[in-house]
Design a protein around this ligand. Structure first.
Ligand code: GLV
Ligand code: MN
Ligand code: MN
Length: 420
């Protein structure tokens, strides 16, 4: 397959990334653009316009996913499409490229394919998924809604007291959460899904390799730990008569950290959210809620550490732990990885096969038997989920080129696996 006529325009991609980075930009240089926040809604409006300018037919589904379609020059047909995409939302105080790279590069890839004059045998889609980061409740909301993988009641839940649920924020933008099933699509509509993403870690930069080809994503467990105490006046209740939820929670935090560390390097665990209620200087904490995120390539290890943590939590008085979300690790499709490799070889771009400790919407696709692949580019200093997240635009350009070439390569191969 000759892909030499497909040329990514670095200036255009850079401009889109810089423009998108202004929505929700904070004084620190990072981004405050959690899913369906005002900044996110503005960014989405802007990006839909860019997609239309790029010649895509744009629609939004019941889960607020944005779908841009480019039909083949011969006109629409029923062939399963080749899709790419990522997310436009960011973590609180996040960076400008997590997710943003995948959607801007996806748009640039489609523009470059169109401009090359290559006549594809099927349509291509650019998918911008809603709430990949899980700022409402659980992550990869949009891609899971697309393939009927949401948990019962999930849309009505929120990350903590006083925080909005997805149902509430979907209503705020004029959507009916009762109609979420309308977002569902059949896996047979897709030949393959490809996501370009920043690595979010230091491996590629250290190796001085510009492209990572992801072979698998970790198993992930997310939990909510709640500790109940008794609130009361901070000045009048003697220390020995208190039931302070924060003091009990502090013991749990330390014990959980110790349990994960002593389980060895194969597993990581993070308590990243911590809410103290009522949360005032002169009130004894009555309740603490905290998140726990556990990840490992080794599922048995994850299960055994989770059991150990449950014991720790339950040994504290009036403390409990509930599962928010579990995602089995996934293997990326061997044929898609091979197509990525071919694209790199043909352009003379060094690559490295590697695992991903971060979750991505691309992990939803193998769950419904759609072949999927992820291409990484390095991020400066391995930093991500922080305002310092940075990339080099020449890496972004190389990544977008590999993405475009691979989409074309896959389109001409036809369905990679027999469709049901
Ligand atoms: C998504 O960014 C994740 O938490 O891995
Ligand atoms: Mn992220
Ligand atoms: Mn991401």
């Amino acid at each position: 397959m000759d892909t030499s006529s497909i040329r990514i325009k670095e200036d255009r991609l850079r401009q889109d990334l810089l423009d998108l980075g202004r929505f929700g930009e904070m004084a620190s240089g990072g981004i405050g653009r959690t899913a369906l926040s005002d900044a996110d809604l503005e960014a989405r409006r802007w990006f839909k316009e860019r997609m239309r300018e790029g010649g895509l037919k744009v629609r939004e589904d019941a889960a607020a996913n944005i779908i841009g379609r480019m039909d083949p020059p011969s006109g629409p047909n029923e062939e399963p499409c080749i899709a790419t995409g990522s997310h436009i939302d960011a973590v609180a105080q996040g960076g400008k490229y997590d997710g943003a790279l995948g959607i801007c590069a996806g748009l640039e890839a489609l523009r470059a394919i169109r401009e090359s004059g290559v006549s594809l045998p099927c349509s291509c889609e650019l998918l911008v998924f809603t709430d990949e980061e899980g700022s409402h409740f659980a992550g990869t909301f949009g891609s899971r809604a697309m393939f009927n993988l949401l948990q019962e009641g999930e849309m009505e839940k929120s990350r903590g007291a006083g925080m909005a649920s997805l149902a509430k924020d979907l209503k705020r933008m004029g959507k009916d959460p009762q109609k979420i099933a309308e977002a569902r699509r059949s896996p047979s509509e897709f030949q393959a899904f490809l996501e370009l993403h920043i690595e979010q870690g230091p491996v590629l930069e250290e190796m001085e390799v510009p492209i990572g080809i992801v072979d698998g994503i970790v198993h992930l467990g997310r939990y909510l730990i709640r500790v109940i105490g008794k609130s009361g006046h901070a000045g009048t209740i003697p220390m020995h008569l208190r039931d302070d939820a924060l003091i009990k929670a502090a013991g749990i935090v330390t014990a959980v950290n110790e349990a994960v560390r002593s389980a060895g390097p194969e597993i990581v665990g993070t308590i990243g959210e911590f809410r103290v209620q009522p949360g005032a200087i002169n009130i004894i904490p009555g309740q603490v809620e905290m998140s726990l995120d556990l990840r490992s390539m080794n599922e048995e290890k994850l299960t055994s550490v989770k059991r150990q943590i449950e014991k720790i939590v339950l040994s504290a008085e009036k403390a409990g732990m509930e599962t928010v979300l579990t995602k089995g690790g996934v293997r990326m499709d061997p044929d898609v990885m091979m197509a990525d490799e071919l694209s790199c070889r043909e352009r003379g771009i060094p690559f490295h096969r590697m695992g991903s400790g971060a979750g991505h919407d691309a992990m939803t696709f193998p769950m419904v038997n759609i072949p999927a692949g992820i291409i990484f580019i390095p991020c400066v200093g391995g930093k991500s989920h922080c305002p310092d997240e940075e990339i080099r635009f020449e890496d972004a350009c190389r990544g977008a080129q590999v993405l475009a070439d691979t989409m074309v390569r896959l389109a001409f191969r036809g369905p990679l696996h027999p469709l049901p």
